[in-house]
Write a protein that binds this ligand. Structure first.
Ligand code: 16G
Ligand code: MG
Length: 550
């Protein structure tokens, strides 16, 4: 039985000491904090990724260095499991334990415990593929990660600077290489080729946007977006905006999907770009979120968020399964979170099964796996569509009885290729949206008209300890602090179409309050009043109670 290479780990671990008095936590999006603070975490994640691979018999594990839509000085890291999915929850805890070991000795002891408890056979190979986004802190953090991988003698592959969804794709492609389930060529070119060739087949003979404006958030989406534009050629001309990846401070600054969703505004940099009647979309800093919008004839801006994308796409897939003669055997279902607009939930649940789960991709993804075709989107624009293995098999073997059925079946098969089924992927989702719009001859206006969004408001409350806030019912109700939910309910009853919920953030040290109501001013008022309740509950200094809460 092989033993832990302590002699190799020790000197390298000493190069990446953990400072005292900091606590790291592997949260919904992995480890995420100021880039400057992450050096020891990266080394330890390298060791952990190698162990995870050994545990899974040498399957390739992914490591992505990114802080997504966060400000540029932040960075982060997350692990990707062999099928291209988020790391298993149990191992999130292992990651937190290793990251917090106080010294090199403690770290080695923690690794040893993990090896024993998880019955890791150290003689197995370790294989890891990693990538980073465009953040300035990325190269140094990757070097630290590489030290961790080296300490464990892992076989590594550096996928360079690319999007989070490309890294997820690579992991799955590497692990399925040469099998009957091959996910595609295991390279960025393979990814671009897979998506763009299926896209071209799906829009052949249809007219697409000319061109589509794409806000790249001054991040890595600009790099991969440019390559995608080349691969798409005239099938979908892209007008890439906010591509300043080398300008310090530009990343996610007043642009990108998160800016648009939270401020419900067009990025100022697009004010003179997006013309009347045109549509555009924004990616986030690692290109796994997508928000659409259009400018109407009166120069009013309208946002089309993840909920609108889900509604558009689900209806299209249902239509195709009917046209292909598969509606009896392939059931389409939707997964949302509490942040889904009430308008969308009503619209969708009148048509399809809808499930609400807790925030975070892993919850949505797992719930979506229960359907034959699971469409999951968070309102913030993260989402995808997944086809179960049985459904893929049915699509491959179904015998269409008419030419129309055959066309619909081919469309469905091509959709399974355009869609990145490992994780939400802004570029892939953008192609998916453009396919549906081209097929339906919809502009932003018709798409938007599927249902009306209820006015809503999201407020952050800074509290002394957000961990006292505990939720149930897919985060829609608070169980702690005791009594607070009853007071929220009482308030909500006073607002027409009112709905509000409170949850602690998984990525920031704040509590989030969401509210919606039939009228804009009422949604705002409800949000601020619930925020006021939250603030009071935590014993905040009345003198510092934010003015809007009064
Ligand atoms: C992370 C999640 C995202 C979620 C968001 C909520 C992943 C890959 N990403 O970005 O799904 O919407 O956190 O943030 O799971 P919050 O907990 O701060 O509200
Ligand atoms: Mg992101």
């Amino acid at each position: 039985m092989a033993t832990l290479p302590v002699d190799a780990i020790k000197p390298l671990a000493d190069k990446h000491p953990k400072p005292p008095n900091v606590l790291f936590q592997y949260g919904t999006a992995g480890f995420r904090t100021l880039g400057d603070a992450l050096d020891p975490v990266m080394f330890r994640v390298g060791v952990l990724a190698a162990l995870r691979s050994k545990r899974l018999d040498g399957k390739t594990i992914g490591v992505m260095v990114t802080a997504s839509h966060n400000p540029e000085p932040d960075n982060g890291v997350k692990l990707v499991d062999p099928r291209g999915e988020m790391l298993e929850v149990l191992w999130e805890n292992h990651a937190t334990t290793l990251a917090n070991a106080a010294s090199t000795e403690d770290f080695i002891a923690a690794v040893q415990t993990l090896v024993t408890n998880s019955r890791i056979d150290l003689s197995k190979p370790a294989r890891v593929v990693y990538a980073r986004d465009t953040r300035p802190s990325g190269p140094a953090l990757v070097a630290s990660l590489e030290d961790g991988l080296k300490a464990m003698g892992a076989e590594t592959r550096n996928a360079g600077v690319t999007t989070t969804p490309v890294l997820h794709y690579l992991v799955k492609a590497i692990n399925t290489k040469g099998t009957k389930d091959s996910y595609g060529d295991d390279s960025e070119e393979g990814y671009l080729e897979k998506l763009s060739s299926a896209f071209k087949k799906l829009v052949a003979g249809k007219s697409t946007a000319s061109p589509l404006i794409v806000d790249c958030a001054n991040g890595v989406g600009a790099i991969v977006g440019k390559k995608l534009a080349e691969a798409l050629g005239s099938s979908l001309p892209l007008n890439l905006q906010n591509t300043a990846i080398d300008t310090v401070g530009a990343l996610n600054n007043a642009c990108g999907a998160d800016f648009v969703k939270t401020s419900q505004k067009l990025p100022p940099s697009l004010a003179s770009v997006l013309k009347r009647g045109e549509r555009g979309c924004s990616l986030d800093g690692d290109a796994d979120r997508l928000i659409y919008y259009y400018m109407d004839e009166r120069e009013q801006f309208h946002m089309l968020d993840g909920d609108k994308i889900a509604a558009l796409v689900a209806a299209f897939i249902v239509d195709l399964t009917k046209s292909a003669g598969l509606e009896e055997v392939v059931q389409v279902g939707i997964v949302q979170t509490a942040y889904a607009n009430g308008g969308s939930t009503k619209y969708l649940s009148e048509r399809l099964p809808v499930k609400c789960v807790s925030t975070g991709v892993k919850h949505l993804h797992h719930a979506a796996e229960r359907y034959d075709v699971g469409v999951y989107f968070e309102a913030n624009g993260h989402g995808t569509v997944i086809f179960s293995p049985e459904t893929l098999e049915k699509l491959a073997t179904h015998q269409p009885s008419t030419p129309a059925q055959s066309t619909a079946l081919n469309h469905l098969i091509n959709l399974t290729k355009v869609i990145n089924q490992t994780v939400g992927d802004a570029l892939s989702d953008m192609l998916l949206v453009e396919i549906v719009l081209a097929h339906k001859s919809y502009s932003g206006v018709e798409w938007d008209a599927l249902y009306m969004d209820l006015p809503n408001r999201l407020v952050k409350v800074v509290v002394a300890d957000r961990h006292i806030f505990k939720t149930e019912d897919a985060e829609r109700r608070l169980v702690s602090p005791p009594g607070l939910q009853a007071r929220i309910d009482e308030l909500v009853r006073r607002y027409a179409g009112g709905r509000s919920f409170v949850r602690p953030s998984g990525t920031e040290d704040v509590v989030r309050v969401y509210a919606e109501a039939t009228i804009r001013s009422q949604a705002d008022e409800l949000a601020f009043r619930v925020a006021g309740l939250v603030y009071d509950e935590t014993g905040g200094d009345p003198a510092r109670r934010p003015a809007e809460f009064l």
